[in-house]
Design a protein around this ligand. Structure first.
Ligand SMILES: [Zn+2]
Length: 420
């Protein structure tokens, strides 16, 4: 199928998956160190029947293609290799105390007999519920935790840059969350890092089912052990702009940015650090991780519905979360309710029609609750923020109708067109 794409890599014609409702504009992960306003996004694959890659990846989790007993045996064998190493920790689990990191660390420790160090790259601004869950994870779950807070002033500066340059308020957090744990593993000589769900669960094609590869050209751009391949330090981009440019405009020096940079790829080899997705070995069902976390560490849910969506338990620890999802809605027309419901449809917890009505009801809702704190954090007025958002609305996705922005091809119209 030939798909026409516009300049930033998004398909020119908006389509929705016939099974889970996800839009074909949904980007997969990208190499954040090269991410700027010109970046070509790799979007989720759709086949000729308009079924998305995430639906296909999830289908084989349930239809008998994957033998989960065999996969669990593989996990037991993997753990056996590391279990008896005589040192403080034999594996690392990264997370902020959400349901997924709780599930991973807890099951590895109490079912598979591992000794994980949990590692946290702090959220931009903890929510009250996020802080409670973080503490429950460590105190009720019984884990050592390494919590790292990057320089708050620099982090705010980079977050503001990321909003201005690439409308991506979550980027500095994502960079840290993805790259910091490997450095801690190196520091403590920890031989294996467990990540959570497989990227393919969300439609990202990776070259190796189990591990990150160490060559950028062999990997998905968002999942490489060597994302810098060939880049000079000054040319690395953070917040959509080179470090060189940040240094020229501010008093920061190269060393200040060091905590955002990835572990040297040679260290992975030297220290024989392995990276594994637990979702390869155990069937990954976000809702079940939630129940597991409630049962084992008293995981708390939000009292109120989370803005932009219908659920109360996913991605709730950072006051900037809502803006991450809101800005994705601007850039790709994919809102938080669409992301949440499509995942639940794939796992059999919602029907396609239920998803549709949740998307109609909640997608694109402005995250009012933490608006003030967020805008203060990035030192912007609402007008300034809205102005930047409008610059990032692609023409093929948005139209203005009597001064209101509307999606040109909302999900319902797409369905009507199909039945014509
Ligand atoms: Zn789908």
């Amino acid at each position: 199928m030939i798909i026409k794409k516009i300049s930033n890599g998004l398909p020119e014609q908006v389509k929705y998956c016939v099974k889970c409702n996800i839009s074909n504009q949904q980007p997969t992960s990208t190499n954040e160190y090269r991410h700027d306003s010109e970046t070509i996004q790799l979007t989720i694959d759709f086949d000729d029947d308009n079924i998305c890659a995430a639906c296909k990846a999830n289908e084989i989790k349930w239809d008998g293609t994957v033998n989960w007993e065999d996969r669990e045996k593989e996990l037991v064998e993997l753990c056996e290799r590391f279990k008896n190493i005589k040192q403080q920790y034999n594996c690392l689990v990264a997370g902020s105390g959400g349901k997924d990191s709780i599930f991973q660390s807890h099951i590895l420790k109490y079912k598979y007999g591992m000794r994980p160090l949990t590692v946290t790259w702090a959220p931009h601004i903890y929510t009250d519920i996020g802080w409670i869950n973080f503490n429950n994870w460590i105190s009720k779950g019984g884990f050592d935790n390494f919590l790292f807070n990057p320089n708050g002033r620099l982090h705010r500066y980079l977050t503001r840059s990321a909003v201005k340059n690439i409308l991506h308020p979550f980027q500095p957090f994502i960079i840290g969350q993805k790259n910091f744990p490997a450095k801690v593993a190196e520091m403590f000589n920890i031989p294996v890092i467990f990540y959570g769900e497989m990227p393919s669960d969300y439609g990202t094609k990776i070259s190796n089912d189990k591990k990150f590869t160490n060559k950028l050209k062999d990997a998905h751009p968002g999942f490489s052990q060597d994302p810098l391949e060939g880049l000079e330090k000054e040319q690395i981009k953070l917040g959509g702009e080179t470090i060189e440019s940040h240094i020229s405009k501010t008093n920061y020096v190269m060393e200040d940015f060091e905590c955002y940079l990835p572990l040297d790829k040679n260290k992975y080899l030297e220290k024989k650090i392995e990276t594994h997705w637990l979702g390869y070995y155990l069937r990954w069902v976000p809702q079940e991780n939630f129940y597991y976390s409630v049962e084992n560490v008293d995981f708390q849910i939000n009292q109120e519905r989370i803005e932009g969506t219908y659920q109360k338990y996913q991605s709730l620890d950072d006051k900037t979360d809502g803006f991450f999802y809101y800005t994705r809605y601007i850039k790709f027309g994919v809102g938080r309710a669409m992301m949440d419901s499509s995942m639940e449809i794939r796992n059999g917890h919602l029907t396609k029609d239920e998803g549709l009505s949740l998307i109609k009801q909640f997608d694109g809702e402005f995250p009012k609750r933490y608006e003030k704190e967020f805008l203060e954090y990035i030192s912007m007025t609402r007008e300034e923020f809205d102005g930047i958002c409008d610059k990032f609305r692609p023409n093929h996705i948005w139209k203005k109708n009597s001064n209101r922005w509307e999606l040109k091809t909302p999900l319902e119209n797409d369905l009507i067109k199909k039945s014509d």
